[in-house]
Design a protein around this ligand. Structure first.
Ligand SMILES: CC(C)(COP(=O)(O)OP(=O)(O)OC[C@H]1O[C@@H](n2cnc3c(N)ncnc32)[C@H](O[C@H]2O[C@H](COP(=O)(O)OP(=O)(O)OP(=O)(O)O)[C@@H](O)[C@H]2O)[C@@H]1O)[C@@H](O)C(=O)NCCC(=O)NCCS
Ligand SMILES: Nc1ncnc2[nH]cnc12
Length: 282
């Protein structure tokens, strides 16, 4: 074992891993409790989804907490990608059992799971690096060379349109979280200092405007992706949550997505990851 990994006592590490697992689950629930979020499920309505509601997403988030905790503990113990993948696959199985087969959080298990593992590792070795950088430094090659599911919606969209999706995002150290979501989140706190839900709406819009979300490609093709990006961009250009009447304008964007059956599930996951990193990075 690496000497640095002995730095923190085991009970201390276990407690830290448990906290990280709960924080990851909380961030998934905060994402759900954000309205209006174009096309997505929230506590207000089910967006463009027939098989999901807020209760199901929160049940899924609760189910995942112990797996995020295991991933943080595995990271603290210096685990390689094989071990992380095994926990991730078990988490996917538990999610599908809890939701009766609905894919609520597959992308989030992957992204938040790797961030939990990095947070466990960082705490164990006491190194001052961002979580995204640690994911990229420790696991990027294994992430990119891991088994590819040929039938997933994301894999089909990746083959057809050349999108990198969740895997490229993680291997590159989550540029959509660090370069897109976090700057938007911090700027939004200036625009709406006492309204964290508004801050999350603004961050979500920024992500939709800038990310190649494979869920949008799956449901709407390149035209759907372009429409979604342009609509979110127009909301932001008009002042976003800093302008009067923003709730109505955001709701209009939401309803336009629902009418076109568009749902940016990847951006929803990235919002939860940004909330997680915002609490933990310096
Ligand atoms: C590597 C895996 C993530 C495999 O993923 P896949 O081959 O499916 O690839 P991706 O397209 O990359 O997407 C996976 C999910 O990631 C989210 N996502 C989409 N775009 C991005 C992006 N640009 N950056 C980051 N993340 C992105 C998205 O997840 C959300 O959407 C899910 C709902 O999807 P779906 O069922 O298709 O949706 P619907 O529209 O509702 O379908 P219909 O109603 O039309 O039927 C939801 O789960 C959100 O989370 C993408 O879906 C990975 O799964 C893998 O290899 N796992 C193994 C375990 C592992 O290695 N773990 C590592 C340690 S934890
Ligand atoms: N709020 C949400 N709506 C739809 N799909 C999602 N995947 C993750 N969060 C989601």
């Amino acid at each position: 074992m690496n000497v640095a990994l002995k730095w923190q006592s085991l009970p201390g590490r276990a407690l830290h891993a448990e906290r990280l697992g709960h924080l990851a689950s909380l961030c998934l629930k905060l994402e759900v409790k954000t309205y209006p979020k174009p096309g997505l499920v929230s506590h207000v309505d089910n967006g463009a989804h027939r098989d999901m509601d807020a209760e199901l997403l929160c049940r899924s988030a609760d189910t995942l907490a112990p797996f995020f905790c295991d991933l943080a503990a595995a990271g603290a113990g210096g685990a390689g990608m094989d071990r992380l993948r095994a926990i991730g696959v078990a988490a996917e199985r538990a999610m599908l059992a809890a939701t009766e087969g609905v894919n609520t959080h597959r992308g989030a298990i992957f992204g938040l799971g790797l961030l939990c593992a990095a947070a466990g590792y960082r705490n164990a070795v006491s190194v001052r690096k961002s979580l995204g950088r640690l994911v990229s430094e420790r696991w990027d090659e294994d992430i990119l060379s891991g088994p590819v599911s040929l039938r997933s919606h994301g894999a089909v969209a990746a083959r057809r349109y050349g999108a990198g999706g969740a895997r490229a995002e993680a291997a590159d150290g989550f540029p959509s979280v660090y370069d897109i979501a976090l700057p938007a989140l911090h700027a939004a706190r200036e625009l709406a200092p006492h309204d964290e839900e508004a801050v999350r709406v603004q961050t979500c819009m920024r992500l939709i405007a800038d990310v190649t979300d494979t869920n949008l490609l799956h449901r709407g093709g390149p035209e759907g992706l372009r429409f979604a990006q342009a609509s979110a961009s127009a909301f932001l250009t008009a002042g976003g949550v800093g302008s009067s009447g923003w709730r109505r304008r955001a709701a209009d964007v939401h309803h336009a997505f629902v009418a076109r059956n568009l749902s940016p599930g990847g951006s929803a996951d990235l919002l939860a990851m940004a909330l997680f990193v915002d609490r933990l990075d310096f």
